[in-house]
Design a protein around this ligand. Structure first.
Ligand code: GLN
Length: 484
C-alpha cells in the first residue's frame, strides 16, 4: 500500500508506526542516531520536491545521541515519544528557530517561545528534524502560494501535494520523518494527506492549544497531525491535547488515553450526503471509489445512509467571508515595524506599512486581507460578515443534529485529484471551491480524519474523510483504525 514513485524509484517507508521503531530500539537493532541519519539521507534524496525550508540536522543528531544515552542508562527514563521524528509546518513556533509562515514579511524572524503543542512533544522526547514549506499563512490548497516556491507531490512531481500543509504531507509520504504537525483551518491537513496517500487528522476545535500557532482564522484554526498510522495520530494527539493557560479556547475536558483505546468492536451508524456524491464538480473515480467504500462498510455490518444536507453550496461562501474577515484582523500585526521584513525604501510611518506589506505579502494573502477588510467594513458588515455568521450557525446546528442520530459523517476529501503545478494560481476561485468537503468540520468545530482508500488510474492517491462528534476523538480514531 505504501509504495511511492519517486525520481523513478519506488520505495517503501521503513517504519509506519512508532511502535515498530520502539521495538527495534528496544531490541538494539537500531539507534535513534541511525534513524535520524536515515531520515536525513531521505531528505537529501528528495530535495527536488522542495518540502523542507530548513533542516535541523546537527541538533537532531545531537538530541538523538543524548536520547540514545538516556535510553541505554535506563530504558524507563525516556518519554513516550522516544523514537518519534517529526517535521513541523512553518506556522508553528519553536523557540530559537525561525518561523515565517512561508512569507517574506516574517523574513529573519526567530521564535521567542515554543508553541504549547511543540513543548509537549519535546517533553516526551520527540525529535524535530526540520521546518517544512506550506501555503503562505496557511492560505491555499496547493502549497504553491509560498515565498519558497511550490512543493511537489512525491507520487508525481508535476502535481501539487495539496495544501496548505502540503510539505508536511510530502515529508511523511517520502519517508523523511515519521509524522508531521500541520494546521487545519478549512482542510489543510486532511486534503494534502488525501493527495499524498497518508492519514491526516484535525481534532475538535479547542482540543489542542493554538498558543504558538501563527493565526490565520482563529475561530477555525487547529493544529493537526499527518502520519502513516492511526496509532501515531493517537499518541501525538494525547501528548499535545488538553487545557492550556495560554489559550483560553483550549478545552478543559480531560484528555483520554487515545492510543490505549483503539478498539472499535460495535457496528457504526454513518451518514453521507447524496448532494456531495452527486455534486457536479466531483471526479468520477473519486465518486466510484467512495461508493465502493460505502458498500464495503455495509458488508462489514455498519449502517450507512444518505441524509439531507441543504447547506453544501453555502459552505464555501460563508467560510471565505468569515476566514478572510478574521485574517484581515490577525494579519494586521505584520506592519514592517514589529516583526520581520521592513521595506528598504521607507520615508514615513504610513509608507513603512504600505511598502513593507506590499513587498512582504503574496498576492493571495493580499487578496484575502482586502476581501476580509471589505466584509467587515461599515455598511457591508451585516450583509456579509453578519450573514455568514448566521449561515455558520445553521451549518453547525444541522451537523450536530445529524451527529445525534449517527456516529460519523462520511465525505470525500476533495472533489478532484491533485492539479498540475501552476494551475491554481490562474484561478483562485476554482481553488476555493475545491475545499467544499473539508470546510464543514471546521465550521462545526468537530474532529475529522482523512484516510487513504485507493488510487486514481494515474496512480495518484484517493482519500476518504470521516467526521465525528465534538470531543469524541477516541471514537473517530478507533473507527478509522478499524476500517483502514
Ligand atoms: N484551502 C483553505 C484555505 O485556503 C484551507 C486552508 C487551511 O486549512 N489552512 O483557506
Amino acid at each position: 500500500m505504501f509504495l511511492y514513485a519517486l525520481n523513478g524509484l519506488r520505495f517503501m517507508p521503513k517504519y509506519t508506526t512508532l511502535q515498530q521503531i520502539q521495538n527495534d530500539l528496544q531490541a538494539q537493532q537500531l539507534t535513534l542516531h541511525e534513524l535520524v541519519n536515515y531520515y536525513l539521507k531521505n531528505i537529501e534524496a528528495t530535495q527536488d520536491l522542495n518540502a523542507y525550508i530548513e533542516v535541523f540536522a546537527d541538533e537532531a543528531l545531537e538530541r538523538a545521541k543524548s536520547l540514545d544515552q538516556k535510553f541505554q542508562e535506563n530504558s524507563e527514563n525516556v518519554g513516550k515519544l522516544f523514537g518519534m521524528v517529526i517535521s513541523i509546518k512553518d506556522v508553528l513556533c519553536y523557540k530559537d528557530h525561525k518561523v515565517t509562515g512561508a512569507s517574506k514579511i516574517l523574513e529573519g524572524f526567530t521564535s521567542l517561545y515554543s508553541a504549547t503543542a511543540i513543548e509537549r512533544i519535546l517533553a516526551e522526547d520527540a525529535i524535530i528534524i526540520g521546518r517544512v514549506n506550506c501555503d503562505q499563512f496557511a492560505m491555499g490548497s496547493t502549497n504553491e502560494n509560498s515565498v519558497y516556491g511550490p512543493t511537489k507531490n512525491g507520487v508525481d512531481p508535476a502535481k501539487v501535494p495539496g495544501g496548505s500543509s502540503g510539505a508536511s504531507a510530502v515529508s511523511v509520504q517520502t519517508d523523511t520523518c515519521l509524522a508531521s504537525l500541520g494546521s487545519d483551518t478549512g482542510g489543510s491537513v486532511r486534503q494534502p494527506a488525501g493527495f499524498c496517500g497518508i492519514i491526516g487528522f484535525k481534532p475538535s476545535y479547542g482540543r489542542i492549544s493554538r498558543y504558538g500557532l501563527l493565526a490565520y482564522a482563529s475561530s477555525f484554526d487547529q493544529i493537526g497531525i499527518l502520519a502513516h498510522s492511526v496509532e501515531d495520530v493517537a499518541i501525538l494527539l494525547e501528548t499535545m491535547a488538553g487545557a492550556d493557560e495560554f489559550d483560553s479556547t483550549a478545552s478543559q475536558i480531560p484528555v483520554p488515553a487515545y492510543s490505549k483505546n483503539l478498539n472499535y468492536s460495535q457496528k457504526a451508524k454513518i451518514a453521507y450526503f447524496d448532494v456531495a456524491l452527486e455534486h457536479e464538480g466531483i471526479d468520477s473515480e473519486i465518486k466510484t471509489q467512495t461508493q465502493n467504500f460505502i458498500q464495503n462498510l455495509k458488508q462489514k455490518g455498519h449502517t450507512v445512509e444518505a441524509v439531507n444536507f441543504d447547506y453544501l453550496d453555502y459552505i464555501i461562501p460563508a467560510y471565505y467571508v468569515l476566514t478572510t474577515a478574521e485574517a484581515s484582523s490577525n494579519l494586521s500585526r505584520y506592519d514592517g515595524i514589529r516583526y520581520g521584513h521592513r521595506s528598504a525604501e521607507v520615508s514615513s510611518l504610513e509608507n513603512t506599512y504600505k511598502k513593507s506589506r506590499t513587498e512582504g505579502f503574496s498576492t493571495e494573502v493580499k487578496r484575502r486581507i482586502m476581501l476580509g477588510t471589505f466584509v467587515l467594513s461599515a455598511g457591508y458588515y451585516d450583509a456579509y460578515y453578519g450573514k455568514a455568521q448566521k449561515v455558520r450557525r445553521l451549518i453547525q446546528n444541522r451537523t450536530n443534529e445529524i451527529l445525534e442520530n449517527y456516529d460519523f459523517i462520511l465525505m470525500p476529501v476533495s472533489p478532484s485529484p491533485p492539479s498540475d503545478i501552476g494551475k491554481s494560481l490562474e484561478d483562485p476561485v476554482a481553488m476555493y471551491l475545491a475545499d467544499i468537503f473539508t470546510v464543514q468540520a471546521n465550521m462545526a468545530g468537530i474532529p475529522a480524519i482523512a484516510i487513504p482508500i485507493g488510487k486514481h488510474d494515474s496512480g495518484l492517491p484517493i482519500g476518504i474523510q470521516l467526521m465525528g462528534k465534538k470531543y469524541k476523538e477516541e471514537d473517530l480514531l478507533s473507527f478509522a483504525k478499524n476500517v483502514l
